[in-house]
Design a protein around this ligand. Structure first.
Ligand code: ATP
Length: 916
């Protein structure tokens, strides 16, 4: 257990009783005023932990030099210097430095982009200011503020608790103890260790159950967590499995290239009898040409761009590897309420033992009428309806506020709908709450699916009101209200009502009540387990989100199964499922059904069935496990505290940004800013695009590296002079790394990205298809570059090899330009307006590279540094004749491939796209 670490000046708040704490902080249970809070904010500073200590820029810059290629280059620079070749030395050193600076800037940008997205996840706190309960960004809390906690919250500052209701807090971040501790308001010994300070709630810990209120005693770095400065798990390293895989690949490649370079040197000197100095430069040139040094930086940037794009589409990534996993998701398990549906609830039907009333009106505006058998009824003349409406208003934590004709909701939408219903029945919530003040409450939890409140009128009579899922409530009722009397419950009648309302896709709630003793001042589960009188049922409509319906269809086209897992009634879930094309409209499984299934059977059912109703968080966990056992890559949504295990278990846990608890967000890989299912589909699309773009970058960079290297190997093997000098290769790599190669990171999604099945998670990055394309393009590049070099040389420039080399370098770069244009799509043709112009970064980077090449060829200083010659128009004509061949040949290859795929697709079970 962590030892008490507070400095001697800090009072032991846990040892004080709450009143003393209030006095010491100059506050009271009704909180601070806004003015006072503002002053304190000036004095104490914002409630946040100091930013993590970043590696100093100089060290980060130096880290760029810690790379095998750089060592090779520096060795080469040392040797050229020793040989007195100062021009080459300075070019090599110049390139090394410029490369490091570029790497440094690129890395910094990627980090910044990700930091900015992490900022979006700052959390809020419920506080009492000026006597009113409001929600504030947690950063604005000051000592003395009164804060409310409820299950799912992350404690926003160190608090001395002064009221608790079954409050349990998970303090693992602070004490390492993973079992949540029960909180109380009493004082404990002044020297009690942190884990035993039951009167305190510490910043950064998680409320797993119940409710409570406390006064802020410390904020920011003065909190316990700030002091021990343990960072709260938000800082993730900038790496992913894919990045690591590529890192390993690069290292392996570098070693292999080193060996080949050494062999080339030995072969040239020993077998061909070339000058060691010449051969040394050739070996260095080979290493520089072949090592894809820009790759890791480009992939990091591609990931960062993907994360930014997802954030723009309301999906905030908390853990970077999720970007990759999203691309291979095969099953999405989604909540219903608010994610697939709009969460705009309206009561449309009320069923009592006296009849079924239809309720008119939409939204939260309390305007509408009650119809019985199509005829409008006066609610005043319906005492049972009024009694039900009274229960609906009292057993309720929401508020409806009118501002200029518009009604807005504060609180849970289900409860908002009940408030509107009560007001349509002619009741005034504020008045009623004054007449029958609340003495205690059992809050709603999706585990027990009901909420109950205890009230006393001013004459001392007590009442318990309860609302919840009908099956649950009916179990607690022995009677029902009918014509002013309590009659025995008629379960068959209610079962019929439930089927009828749920069949319309309505969400069901039952309302009940019971008398209580005048002296009863607390409400326990045992008080409501039996003996209640049922008032009736309400049917609440919550229409599907249109964009979610479209997103479900898109997911289906993308080979992804969508499953709905809801706490609602099976018939409601089924009806909504039909409206959204989830499931077959027949088979649903309820939580109870699930409990009866063995793991074996569940695995089969989990794949078959798409709608799961009355499911609780444990059922979600079992379902994820079953789907994964069947080979699924599962994305799962969740919002409650108890969803955390399922979110953690899922391959991509997705928390709701708006209605989700902090606990759910902490456990998730991704947070939806708008709680909308459509955003999940967008994130999957972006995830697939990121992966595509990484493969496209590989497919662009590797052949150009291989082309350069093979040109050198071929020249050496044939005993020719080098067609491109090492410093020229350095130049080519440097200019293309910051222009052409980077442009593919910005590539938008291919049109077919959501029409092909998910990628297998264990799929090799370089599939046989990619390896083939790599070899194909490399050969074109070598043949063209080397061919033109030879031709130019033999055509009369033998005396000046530099001329032929200038030609070779420009040919190589132009090859890259034309190859880039076609590299945008793997197999689709780019011969269309969007195909050629769809990514403006490509066009901009081509312009940039052309300007740089003109400089390289015609600028006097560059001519000196790189030993280049001014080419004539005729030379350019030749270059422009040869270099588009890569475009034509690759487009031709794609065309043949598409034709083969179409033929293949005619065969059953063929899945040509997934083989790419
Ligand atoms: P999802 O579809 O997102 O899983 P849900 O809203 O359908 O969520 P829960 O919130 O667990 O699931 O609700 C389950 C049932 O509990 C509802 O069908 C309703 O009968 C009842 N219920 C919901 N909200 C309340 C509430 N505030 N008070 C009492 N009962 C409620």
């Amino acid at each position: 257990m962590t030892k008490h670490t507070s400095d001697p000046g800090t009072p032991p708040w846990h040892g004080f009783d709450p009143d003393r704490a209030f006095a010491a902080l100059g506050s009271s249970p009704s909180g601070l005023s806004t003015d006072e809070a503002e002053q304190r904010l000036q004095a104490h500073g914002p409630n946040r932990l100091p930013a993590r200590r970043k590696t100093p820029p100089l060290l980060r810059l130096l880290a760029q030099f810690n790379n095998l290629l750089i060592y090779v280059l520096l060795a080469a620079a040392a040797i050229t210097a020793a040989l007195g070749d100062w021009v080459d030395t300075s070019v090599i050193v110049g390139v090394v430095v410029i490369n490091a600076v570029i790497g440094f800037i690129q890395e910094g940008k990627a980090e910044k982009a990700l930091d900015a997205i992490r900022q979006l996840l700052s959390h809020s706190a419920a506080v009492r200011r000026d006597g009113r309960r409001i929600t504030l960004p947690a950063e604005q809390l000051v000592p003395g503020d009164v804060v409310f906690l409820q299950s799912g919250d992350k404690v926003p500052a160190d608090l001395r608790l002064f009221s608790v209701k079954d409050l349990r807090i998970d303090e693992a971040t602070l004490t390492g103890e993973s079992v949540p501790v029960e909180k109380a308001v009493g004082s404990v010994a002044a020297d009690a260790p942190i884990g035993d300070r039951s009167g305190m709630a510490y910043s950064g810990t998680l409320v797993t159950y119940g409710q409570g209120s406390g006064v802020v005693v410390a904020t920011g770095q003065h909190t316990e967590i700030g002091r021990i400065s343990a960072m709260l798990g938000q800082i993730e390293p900038l790496t992913t499995p894919l990045l690591q895989q590529i890192g390993r690949f690069s290292r392996w490649l570098t070693a292999a290239i080193g060996a080949v370079a050494a062999a080339t040197f030995t072969y040239g000197v020993a077998v061909q009898g070339q000058a060691p100095r010449e051969m040394f430069m050739a070996a260095v040139g080979l290493a520089v040409a072949a090592i894809p040094e820009g790759l890791p930086a480009i992939i990091t940037i591609t990931l960062a761009i993907g994360v930014q794009r997802m954030a723009r589409r309301n999906a905030i990534i908390r853990r970077l590897p999720a970007v990759e996993t999203l691309g291979s998701v095969t099953v999405i398990c989604s909540d219903k309420t608010g994610t697939l549906t709009r969460n705009e609830m309206t009561v449309q039907a009320v069923a009592t033992a006296e009849g079924l009333f239809e309720v008119t009106g939409t939204g939260y505006a309390p305007r509408g009428a009650f119809l019985l058998d199509g005829r409008e009824m006066e609610p005043d003349a319906q005492p049972l309806l009024r009694a039900l409406a009274q229960a609906a208003l009292l057993c309720n934590d929401a508020d409806l506020i009118q501002a200029e004709e518009r009604w807005s909701l504060h609180g849970d939408p289900t409860e908002g709908a009940l408030l509107a219903l009560g007001m349509k029945a002619g009741l005034a919530p504020a008045l009623l709450r004054e007449e029958l003040p609340r003495t205690d409450v059992i809050p709603f939890e999706s585990e027990h699916r009901f909420m109950a409140t205890l009230h006393h009128d001013h004459a001392g009579h007590g009442f318990v009101y309860l609302k919840g899922a009908p099956e649950r409530v009916l179990d607690m009722c022995s009677r029902q209200r009918l014509h002013g009397e309590d009659m025995p419950l008629d379960p068959a009648y209610w079962a019929g009502v439930m089927d009828a309302l749920a069949g319309r896709g309505q969400r069901l709630l039952a309302l009940a009540f019971k008398a209580a003793d005048a002296g009863q001042d607390s409400l326990r589960f045992s008080d409501v387990e039996q003996g209640l009188t049922l008032l009736g049922l309400v049917g609440i409509s919550d229409p599907p989100r249109e964009e979610a319906v479209a997103a479900v269809a898109r997911c289906r086209a993308a080979g992804i199964r969508v499953k709905m897992i809801t706490g609602d009634h099976a018939a409601t879930a089924r009806a909504i499922g039909v409206q959204m094309s989830i499931g077959d409209g027949r088979e649903t499984l309820t939580g109870q059904d699930l409990e009866g299934l063995s793991d074996e059977l569940l695995r089969r059912k989990a794949m078959q069935v798409d709608v799961f109703a009355r499911a609780s968080p444990e059922h979600k966990l079992r379902l994820v496990a079953a789907l994964q056992a069947e080979g699924g890559v599962v994305a799962m949504t969740g919002d409650g505290v108890n969803d955390a295990p399922a979110l953690k278990r899922a391959n991509v846990g997705i928390a709701m940004g708006q209605k989700g608890t902090e606990v759910a967000k902490e456990s998730a890989e991704m947070v939806l800013a708008d709680d909308n299912f459509a955003s999940i589909a967008h994130a999957v699309e972006e995830g697939r695009t990121v992966y595509d773009n990484i493969r496209k970058s590989l497919l662009f960079i590797l052949p150009t590296n291989a082309g350069q290297a093979l040109t050198i190997v071929a020249a050496t093997a044939m005993g020719f002079m080098l067609p491109i000098t090492p410093v020229q290769i350095l130049w080519v790599n440097m200019v293309t790394a910051v222009t052409l190669a980077l442009a593919l990171a910005f590539e938008p999604a291919e049109p077919m990205v959501m029409r092909r099945p998910p990628r297998a998670p264990d799929e090799a990055l370089l599939s046989p298809f990619l390896l083939w394309r790599l070899a194909f393009v490399s050969i074109i590049l070598v043949a063209g570059t080397f061919g033109l070099f030879l031709w130019e040389w033999e055509r009369g420039h033998e005396a000046d090899i530099a001329y032929a080399r200038t030609m070779a370098v420009n040919t190589l770069v132009m090859f890259e330009v034309f190859y880039l244009l076609t590299a945008r799509y793997f197999t689709d043709s780019v011969l269309s307006v969007p195909g050629l112009t769809g990514n403006r970064y490509i066009l901009l980077s081509i312009i940039a590279v052309l300007l740089l090449q003109l400089l390289f060829t015609y600028n006097g200083q560059m001519q000196q540094l790189f030993d280049t010659r001014p080419l004539g128009l005729r030379d350019w004509a030749w270059i422009l004749l040869v270099s588009p061949s890569v475009f034509v040949l690759v487009e031709l290859e794609k065309w043949l491939l598409r034709r083969a795929m179409r033929k293949g697709a005619a065969r059953p079970n063929a899945n040509p796209q997934s083989r790419l």
